[in-house]
Ligand binder design. Structure first.
Ligand SMILES: Nc1ncnc2c1ncn2[C@@H]1O[C@H](COP(=O)(O)OP(=O)(O)OP(=O)(O)O)[C@@H](O)[C@H]1O
Ligand SMILES: [Mg+2]
Length: 1078
């Protein structure tokens, strides 16, 4: 493909904010300037935005107004790109090329809700490129010269989960239509796809509506997510004319209009961890498309030897020509303007950027008619011959079975080819085909007209779909006195048949008595929700009430005769509103504004997952899988890691043995598609009861489960104090699951515990020093008996990347781990202190699970019964606790308690110390008073008081620590790096006074005169004792020596110790810097 060719044309278009984004005050991150599109990362507003250039950049975000008919029109002089402008640039080109006889393709790419369908199909009066192009096609034909005969045929298909559905057929074969390759042309085609002759724009419009209605019904019945489906509309446009030599020729253009599935990734991290990740095909076509585009882009950049992987998916097979062959191709990438979609939007821009590198070579497809027919006939003769004659060469080394299989496949292939050719020949009689169809359509047309007029008079239900394109498409009238809803295998047949999950044979009865319409369940337990609330008895319907049958059939009730709506009902009801209502009824609260980005994401994900969780629960009940699912929110604090945000996850529970698993969003979504697939097989009549564990999306090997987490806060470490506590382990709901006894002790390098004298008054004193901490997970107590199979705790400290685990202790609910570990911080930095101040250690308690144990009592109950039982137990156990979307994102209640407790312990310790200081000073004063006047030497007295009073505080680099707590005699140890001036200074020195100035004075004034006899004096540290007191010298000296070393380290050579009377308690004073014993 390299060299020559025409590049794929690429346009991007940014849509307005939707109501949710407006409500939340979303920020625009896209800007456009001519063909340039820029995107700003909202996380780094100071950085330059990333720029991309495309053939067209369409600003459809603002600067427009809605006119009285609902058309969005550009404000005067604004840059707003309306549907018409987009058509003029892109659609007109398609049209022109089609008339020239080129194949054309138009793709819309972008994440769900970004505006693909708006651009392609449009909404209401704002018609998109497809209808305008079709309209213009017929207008141009009408205006053209008469010698040319035009023939237009139309087909519409959908690719969902790698299966092709014909959207012009109500019923499709199991497993979808087959895709085959034409051996001659090498192109792929869909076998038996219906293509209809269309003679006017109105007919195309009608066919699109028909296709959309079929899509809606199928997606509702199969619980399929329409945003995961690709829709392909194909228009074959033939022009037959006579050339100069009078020969009839046919110019043929195939126009493919492709509305791709939403491009967002399910959540790669989750799905990659799943053992069944290969199973779901849901993203296969889209990722294959990405690979094809990349390969084609590389090819056109001159890279050689690249295989373009067209065969990897159904979509890329069918679009082979459109992508890398004979086609003029346009891609429109739809962009969301909102900051919250930054990642996806950037992804779309990159994708579009790659696509513009692709080069195609389109040629005019013009051939003499008789040649075309002749060739097809000759081809068919050949095929017929090969069917009858020995088409299979004898092959050595193949088993008979293989040969038979191969023969069969080849035969099928040939027959399909034969049929396709015959169809092509008969399609040439286009006029007859059109006539026939029109005759068939008469009754349908009448019916449509009738429906439109009945809607104005009769009460009716209009469907609501996740995809706004598919909403309001299905209508059920409730005019007769009784309308029944149920499965088609019911006897008698219901008025309206519904298929799919949780639909009972007799599901609902709607009665109409003089315009009063009442709904009630058709059989006990039939799942119906009205305005989000399960319907038990009956309810008179009011205009715009929302009704959910089973898990997927959602409708809005309309009563033209009584058009009033109950108070609080919005003017238009959309899918999101109906889902929020269901979520509210389940106890989840939603908020529109004032949410943080994290909360917005959590809320969106809950609303996304909730219907899916309901659905898989329904499948579990129907297939009796003994599993239940529920949404769980795991707060950042409960996850083992730094800066984690709240995660929306899904818990699966085995109802027979209570084993649980917690799945990430991606994994759950992946499983949900597999569960849908399994259910579809069941619906198609397959026996799925014996699916092997390994292939069963409901099955998962038993794994250790996170019972809950507990947190210990670390402020005490900032003061070199130890901390120990029985901390409560809570699960994600805040339920108390047990206790852990943990210890956190500052210690020496080899693990000797610090004594209290290591206490610092100000954490900054620790800066620059090494620090060692002994972390202990001593024992635990767990409530639930089923965890006796094994208990283990995991945690990480500070920036550790690896978890530390205790051993798994089995056979007990009170494990004694006695785990102790020393962690060393080589140098305490401010970050470390910040961690002490605000951080915590998260201890995750894991329980061992085994697959074997099954509760025999439960075995005889159905999944439905077990789930009901569980719901009842939960309801009686406690009110819904965590099911709030306005989740508190900080630590939960238990954490708060633990946090406060550790703060309290710290304050208590500080308070005790102050009390003791105070008492000590009182003692000194009393002693002084008791002394005979001649002994009342001021200086030693002052020094004593001062030493005690200022014995702490980082400013003075002093430490005082009570050494013995209990005894009546108080023993303090302290270290002073410098002293107050005594005589010449009234005030306590401040930093501003300068330490250097005061120190020499002290040395002169005090030290010389006050050093008592017998006190050893070192060059760098001097111990001072009150000579009146009888203190064992050894203690003083020892302390002084150490003090001097510390003082020396501080670059200041003073240490002072005053000594009081009494004994020095043994041991306790050890390690003190200098002792003041009283
Ligand atoms: N250019 C636009 N101007 C006005 N409204 C728009 C525009 N683009 C999209 N919208 C609105 O945004 C909503 C979502 O758009 P749309 O249905 O086209 O998304 P989508 O990309 O097709 O999503 P999905 O992948 O789910 O099919 C619709 O309500 C649509 O009316
Ligand atoms: Mg769409």
């Amino acid at each position: 493909m390299s060299g020559g060719g025409e590049s794929v044309k690429v346009a991007v278009r940014v849509r307005p904010f939707n109501s949710r984004e407006k409500e939340r005050g979303a920020k625009v991150i896209i800007s456009m300037d001519g063909a340039l599109t820029k995107i700003q990362n909202p996380e780094t507003p100071k950085e330059d935005p990333k720029s991309f250039t495309f053939d067209y950049s369409y600003w459809s975000h603002d600067n427009f107004t809605e006119d009285s008919e609902g058309n969005l029109v550009a404000d005067p002089g604004s840059n707003y790109a309306s549907q018409r402008i987009v058509f003029q640039d892109l659609g007109q080109g398609v049209l022109d090329n089609a008339f020239k006889g080129f194949n054309c393709s138009l793709f819309a790419y972008g994440q769900t809700g970004s505006g693909k369908s708006y651009s392609m199909v449009g909404y209401g009066p704002n018609k998109g490129i497809v209808p305008i192009t079709c309209d213009e096609l017929f207008k141009t034909m009408a205006a053209a010269k008469q010698e040319v005969k035009y023939q237009v045929t139309f087909s519409m298909l959908e690719i969902y989960n790698e299966q092709v559905r014909d959207l012009l057929e109500k019923v499709n074969p199991k497993g979808g239509l087959v895709v085959r390759q034409n051996p001659k042309l090498g192109l792929f085609y869909v076998v038996n796809l219906k293509s209809v002759a269309v003679g006017s724009y109105a007919e195309i419009e009608k066919r699109i509506a028909e296709g959309t209605a079929n899509r809606t019904v199928a997606s509702t019945n199969m619980n399929a997510t329409s945003s995961r489906a690709h829709t392909v509309v194909t228009i074959v446009f033939d022009q037959i004319s006579k050339n100069e030599s009078g020969q009839e020729t046919k110019k043929s253009s195939v126009i493919n209009l492709v509305d791709l599935a939403g491009s967002e990734r399910a959540d790669s991290t989750g799905a990659t961890g799943d053992r069944l990740k290969e199973g779901a095909n849901i993203n296969k076509s889209l990722s294959a498309l990405g690979n094809v585009i990349s390969a084609l882009a590389d090819l056109s950049m001159g890279k050689k030897k690249i295989m373009v992987p067209y065969r990897d998916s159904v979509l890329t097979k069918l679009l082979q020509n459109a992508l890398g062959g004979n086609s003029k191709t346009v891609m429109i990438a739809a962009l969301s303007p909102a900051d919250i979609n930054y990642d996806e939007t950037l992804g779309t821009l990159r994708y579009a950027d790659r696509a513009k590198k692709i080069k195609n070579k389109a040629v005019v497809n013009e051939n003499p008619m008789d040649k075309l027919i002749r060739e097809l006939r000759e081809e068919n003769d050949k095929l017929k011959k090969s069917l009858t004659g020995g088409m299979m060469p004898e092959n050595v080394g193949m088993s008979q079975e293989d040969i038979d299989k191969m023969k069969k496949e080849m035969e099928e292939e040939i027959r399909a080819q034969l049929m396709a050719n015959q169809k092509a020949i008969s399609d040439m009689d286009w006029d007859q085909k059109l006539e026939q169809q029109r005759a068939e359509d008469v009754s349908e047309n009448n019916e449509r007209d009738l429906t439109a007029s009945r809607k104005k008079k009769e009460p009716h239900l209009l469907n609501l779909n996740e995809d706004p394109q598919l909403s309001g498409v299905v209508c059920h009238f409730l005019g007769s006195s009784e309308t029944t809803f149920g499965r088609k295998d019911a006897d008698p047949q219901p008025t309206i048949t519904l298929n799919g999950l949780s639909i009972q044979k007799k599901h609902a009865i709607v009665s109409n008595s003089d315009g009063e319409v009442e709904i009630k369940p058709g059989s006990p337990g039939a799942k119906i929700k009205v305005n989000g609330i399960p319907l038990v008895n009956s309810k008179v319907l009011e205009n715009l009430d929302r009704i959910l049958f089973g898990s997927n059939h959602m409708y809005v009730y309309h009563n033209p005769a009584k058009a009033d709506v109950p108070e609080g009902t919005p003017a238009t009801i959309d899918w999101e509103f109906a889902q929020k209502e269901i979520a509210h009824a389940k106890g989840y609260q939603t908020a529109g504004s004032g949410l943080s980005k994290e909360q917005q994401r959590v809320q969106d994900q809950i609303l996304e997952l909730l219907p899916m969780v309901n659905e898989v629960n329904a499948v579990s009940e129907e297939l009796n899988k003994h599993r239940s699912f529920e949404i769980v929110l795991i707060s950042g604090a409960a996850q083992e890691g730094k800066d984690k945000e709240t995660e929306v996850m899904v818990k699966m529970k085995n109802l027979l043995n209570e084993n649980t698993w917690v799945w990430g969003r991606g994994k759950f979504i992946n499983r949900r598609y597999l569960i849908q697939e399994l259910y579809q097989r069941f619906i198609d009549g397959e026996d799925v009861s014996d699916v092997k564990d390994n292939d069963d999306p409901f099955w998962e090997p038993a794994e250790d489960v996170l019972i809950g987490t507990a947190h210990a806060f670390l402020q005490s470490l900032g003061y070199s104090l130890d901390f120990d506590d029985n901390i409560t382990v809570t699960d994600f709901k805040g339920t108390d699951e047990g206790k852990l006894y943990i210890t956190i002790k500052p210690c020496t390098q080899d693990g000797k515990p610090y004594t209290d004298e290591e206490y610092v008054d100000d954490p900054s004193e620790l800066l620059g020093k090494p620090y060692h901490i002994k972390i202990g997970v001593i024992n635990g107590d767990v409530h639930k008996a089923r965890y006796s199979k094994g208990l283990m705790v995991k945690y990480r400290f500070y920036e550790e990347t690896e978890y530390t685990e205790t051993p798994m202790l089995t056979g007990t609910l009170s494990p004694e781990w006695n785990h102790n570990r020393i962690v060393s911080i080589p140098v305490v930095t401010q970050e470390v202190l910040d961690y002490f101040e605000t951080g915590s250690i998260t201890y995750s308690l894991y329980g061992h699970q085994e697959n074997t144990a099954v509760d025999t009592k439960r075995k005889n109950l159905t999944t439905k019964e077990l789930r009901q039982l569980e719901n009842m137990q939960e309801a009686s156990a406690k009110p819904i606790l965590n099911k709030k979307m306005s989740v508190s994102f900080g630590p939960n209640g238990e954490d708060e308690t633990t946090h406060l407790k550790s703060e309290l312990v710290l304050l208590q310790k500080q308070y005790d110390r102050l009390r003791k200081k105070e008492r000590r000073m009182q003692d000194i004063c009393e002693e002084w008073e008791k002394k005979p006047v001649e002994d009342q030497q001021f200086l030693p007295f002052y020094r004593k008081v001062h030493a005690v009073a200022f014995s702490s505080g980082s400013r003075l680099k002093s430490r005082v620590q009570m050494v013995n707590k209990e005894e009546t005699v108080s023993v303090y140890s302290f270290e002073i790096d410098h002293e107050e001036p005594v005589a010449n200074q009234q005030e306590t020195p401040t930093l501003q006074n300068g330490i250097q100035e005061t120190v020499p004075k002290l040395q002169n004034d005090t030290l010389k005169t006050e050093v008592p006899k017998g006190t050893e004096s070192k060059t760098n540290g001097i111990a001072i004792a009150d000579t009146n007191e009888n203190v064992p010298m050894t203690n003083i000296v020892k302390g002084a020596q150490e003090s001097s070393a510390a003082a020396a380290a501080n670059g200041n050579g003073n240490a002072a110790a005053g000594a009081g009377g009494g004994d020095t308690p043994k041991g306790k004073a050890e390690g003190s810097k200098a002792c003041l014993v009283m």
